[in-house]
Design a protein around this ligand. Structure first.
Ligand code: PA5
Length: 486
């Protein structure tokens, strides 16, 4: 029996010249049929403050920009301006490794993980599906997997089983070099690599991305003879996708890193040169601040109807709350994938507590469309139309309904989904989050709360030197009422 056929003309590719623009639509950021955020008296003050804060970022001299002694603005001052020759070196090394292997594993967590997955999913197609294609279908690149962003044995075992018997390579990323989740994943991966390949092959196929001089990973990389890339001192994890942390893995997956950085650079130049009322990052920062401080909003939905942008909304979730969620302040960011979630928490978004704002990620021109053969079906009225048309109509419908229901919304409009527009989006967003964090009087480049969790988890898992903390925790646990387990 023949397999499934795809009728001619059903799937259409745009073939248009790549469009390279990101815009912000904030017409609906305010009350439905009422006051727009820009009409609130505090908005003018916030806008003036943002311009000053941007100057502060550029000058790089304030303690609010520092993690320990380092001013953490490398993502703004350096990463978008990396020399082409550097990019070519990374590209060449990545292409060489990509040609030698069948599967590539990127090991890391938080900022050392999410930007990479988000970019690959957005630019090359979501990996859960593209990994199922053959090598030609994937554009000649290895399959890509992620480890170290969880400690789930079933997940880890499955990834290893999927790769069993194949030529593997990978990158392990940790700025501190001591984060336990990726350290465990790397121990497991290294063990498999050492058991399967010669010492030289392992050295050629494992790359470590970490601090230039210190940390357990740096020491291990030196001892084992792995190639390394440096996480710059002045770039924090969640701001690192546009520096070598992200670039090597992106190049392995076939993302055009020159285009990606060109997009980030274009956005950075716009942030620096455009006046407030045309400045995407500044406007977005001011609106988020207004929503949180003066409109009673506590959660921002990062919403999209584009499957390949789901992990970009997760990247936003990582960047925002870890940057500004301090001292009782900050917006929680929650990814929403439409229209799936419209049939779930969509009810609450429409009619639940009015403490939400919503930011949409929209793509104006899709690279691929599927034509709806609607004749003789309940959707006959859509016959011959593209799925993109229907999807946009529904997501815009959700946007309008939520706005009418009391959710201020704004939308990033990406002319097309490609390396350039994703680079732009990230640079706008990193600026917007840094600025809105500073507006809330928070240092957006530290994460003391994450360290707190790491300390507790380390003690619970028996890390040497944490015995006293563990004893304290056990004593506290001993005081809990055992009757409350039923
Ligand atoms: O943004 C951050 O700083 C964090 O999300 C880190 O990236 C994450 O905790 C991983 O840290 P490291 O790269 O030191 O392993």
């Amino acid at each position: 029996m023949a397999g499934l056929a795809i009728p001619a003309g059903l799937i259409q590719r745009s073939g248009m010249k790549p469009q390279r623009q990101v815009r912000l639509d904030y017409r609906r950021f305010g009350r439905f049929n009422g006051q727009h955020v820009t009409e609130m008296p505090q908005f003018k003050i916030a806008s003036q403050r943002i311009v000053e804060l941007h100057e502060l970022l550029m000058a790089g001299k304030d303690d609010m920009l520092k993690d320990k002694d380092v001013v953490m603005t490398g993502w703004k001052m350096d990463s978008p301006f990396i020399a082409d020759t550097e990019l070519e070196k990374i590209q060449k090394a990545a292409q060489k490794l990509a040609a030698e292997i069948e599967d590539f594993v990127s090991i890391g967590i938080g900022g050392s993980y999410l930007g990479i997955q988000a970019t690959i999913d957005a630019v090359k197609g979501s990996l859960d599906l593209t990994n199922l294609l053959d090598r030609i279908g994937r554009g000649g690149t290895p399959r890509i997997f992620f480890l170290g962003h969880n400690m789930d044995p079933a997940y880890t075992a499955r990834v290893l089983e999927i790769m069993k018997g194949r030529r593997a390579g990978g990158v392990v990323i940790s700025k501190s070099g001591g984060t336990v989740e990726p350290a465990i994943a790397f121990a497991i991966f290294k063990n498999g690599m050492d058991a399967s390949f010669s010492e030289k092959e392992v050295q050629e196929r494992i790359i470590a991305v970490t601090d230039k001089a210190k940390g357990a990973l740096k020491e291990l990389a030196i001892a084992q003879g792995y190639s390394t890339y440096v996480v710059p001192d002045n770039v924090g994890g969640r701001y690192s996708v546009t520096c070598p942390v992200g670039l090597f893995a992106l190049a392995i997956s076939g993302v055009n890193i020159k285009e990606f950085i060109a997009g980030a650079r274009a956005a950075e130049n716009m942030v620096r040169s455009q006046p407030f009322d045309k400045n995407i990052a500044m406007l977005r920062a001011a609106m988020r601040f207004m929503a949180h401080r003066y409109m009673g909003k506590v959660t921002e939905l990062a919403s999209t109807g584009v499957y390949d942008l789901r992990s970009v909304s997760m990247w936003m979730q990582q960047l925002g709350p870890e940057s500004e969620g301090k001292q009782g302040e900050g917006l929680l960011i929650v990814p929403q994938y439409y229209t799936r979630e419209a049939h779930a928490d969509g009810q609450l978004v429409q009619q639940g507590p009015r403490n939400l704002i919503e930011t949409f990620l929209m793509v104006e021109q899709p690279e691929t469309d599927v034509i709806i053969p609607g004749q003789g079906t309940p959707v006959e009225y859509l016959d011959g139309k593209g799925l993109h048309f229907a999807n946009t109509a529904f997501v815009e419908g959700l946007r309008d309904a939520h706005y009418e229901g009391g959710v201020p919304t704004m939308s990033f409009l990406l002319s097309e989904l490609n390396a350039f527009t994703i680079g732009m989006l990230y640079q706008f967003e990193m600026n917007a989050i840094a600025l809105s964090g500073l507006l809330l009087d928070q240092n957006p480049f530290i994460q003391p709360g994450v360290q707190q969790y790491k300390n507790v988890a380390n003690a619970r898992s028996g890390k040497p030197g944490t015995e006293a903390a563990l004893a304290q925790m056990q004593a506290a646990e001993g005081k809990l009422n055992p009757d409350f387990i039923v």
